[in-house]
Design a protein around this ligand. Structure first.
Ligand SMILES: Nc1ncnc2c1ncn2[C@@H]1O[C@H](COP(=O)(O)OP(=O)(O)OP(=O)(O)O)[C@@H](O)[C@H]1O
Ligand SMILES: [Mg+2]
Length: 344
């Protein structure tokens, strides 16, 4: 995949939008293909594991399944491509290569132009690492913050606030009719992973005899998350001494989900308050939630009520939280003027 074939013509250019997430990464290409993987990259630990897994490298769910044989990397944890470890950088590169291979036609000599959406924090920190990561298999790159990609995708370019609630970070971005600058953005580090940790701790306290791990906790959350009230108790099956047993986890679920709310409300109010006063109402009336965390039941109502104390508030959720970022990045790739691209 090093030298581009001389026969390559402009028609063969493949535009892709990539959403590099802490827990899931998605790609959307202009040939209509869309794919996503869990953001795990794993290398076999030794020659035995290499023989067992039968591949030089595994991704996503397959990597998770074989985790005991692998050195596992989740390279965007906390929204930063971690400094110092060459392996994390390599993992990002391989993840991007893998995503592209999922949408690329089998004859892969087409030129690729990629718009990559990253959590806002890593946007600040590590553009260089990203550039290195994609240089090998794409000819041009543009890096954007993920909430900006989401905003672009839903056409919310003016007077809107996007809140992207992911695994590692909650990213905020105010849109006001221009490309957003750093002041228009915020990142908070208490997001989906944090809810999982909280829920884990609360349940360990209440049910010390129950046998569960973080993976199970995340599944419970994805099925039963809520803020506010629910009309039915949350009950899940967790083994106790090997016997599947029903546990009521309503209170713990509520406390865990509630734990990310104060920072979200505070950042929202702060971002809006420092914006031009004449437009504050308009922005409060156009809040868009994206990312997996946007699926928490009761969240829209909670935010409308709490932020509503400052003036009329309207909150909605993007249609497709899984591909919202990648689709938006693809739209950008299609419409962006030439001078924005970084040639690689
Ligand atoms: N129904 C749900 N209720 C609550 N949380 C959910 C639900 N579905 C998914 N999630 C959580 O959303 C998070 C994943 O969201 P998303 O794919 O947007 O994150 P990401 O892009 O990988 O992370 P980041 O943007 O922080 O890098 C995970 O923590 C996941 O458990
Ligand atoms: Mg994300």
């Amino acid at each position: 995949m090093t030298k581009k074939s001389a026969k390559t013509t402009a028609d063969e250019k493949l535009l892709v939008g990539i959403d590099l997430g802490t827990s899931r990464s998605a790609i959307s290409a202009d040939n209509g293909k869309k794919k996503w993987v869990e953001s795990y990259v794993g290398w076999p630990r030794d020659f035995i594991s290499r023989k067992v897994v039968g591949k030089p490298m595994l991704f996503g769910e397959e990597a998770v399944e074989h985790r005991l044989s692998l050195d596992m990397y989740r390279p965007l944890k906390n929204g930063v491509i971690k400094e110092g470890t060459a392996r994390d950088e390599e993992a990002v590169k391989e993840l991007i290569r893998h995503l592209i291979s999922l949408v690329q036609p089998s004859r892969n000599d087409s030129k690729i132009r990629a718009v990559v959406g990253v959590p806002a924090e890593s946007f600040k920190v590590n553009k260089v690492a990203l550039k290195k990561a994609v240089a090998e298999f794409s000819e041009a790159l543009f890096v954007v913050s993920e909430p900006f990609a989401v905003a672009y995708g839903v056409g919310a370019l003016d007077n809107a606030l996007v809140i992207d609630i992911g695994a590692g970070t909650v990213d905020f971005c105010i849109m006001h009719g221009t490309v957003p600058s750093e002041e228009d953005q915020r990142t908070v580090l208490t997001a989906g992973d944090y809810i999982d940790q909280q829920l884990f701790t609360f349940l360990k306290d209440r049910y010390p005899e129950a046998d569960f791990n973080l993976n199970m906790i995340r599944r419970f959350k994805e099925e039963h998350s809520f803020v506010g009230t629910v009309d039915k108790d949350v009950e899940v099956e967790i083994p106790v001494e090997g016997k599947s047993t029903v546990h009521n986890i309503t209170d713990e679920m509520k406390r865990a989900c509630d734990s990310i709310l104060p920072a979200i409300v505070e950042s929202t109010l702060e971002l809006i308050a420092k914006f031009d006063p004449e437009y504050q109402d308009a922005i409060r009336g156009n809040i868009i939630l994206a990312g997996g965390g946007s699926q928490i039941r009761g969240l829209v109502e909670y935010l409308e009520e709490t932020i509503g104390e400052y003036g009329p508030t309207k909150v909605r959720v993007v249609d497709d939280p899984l591909f919202g970022g990648a689709d938006g990045a693809l739209e950008l790739a299609k419409e962006m003027p030439e001078e924005y691209w970084t040639e690689l």
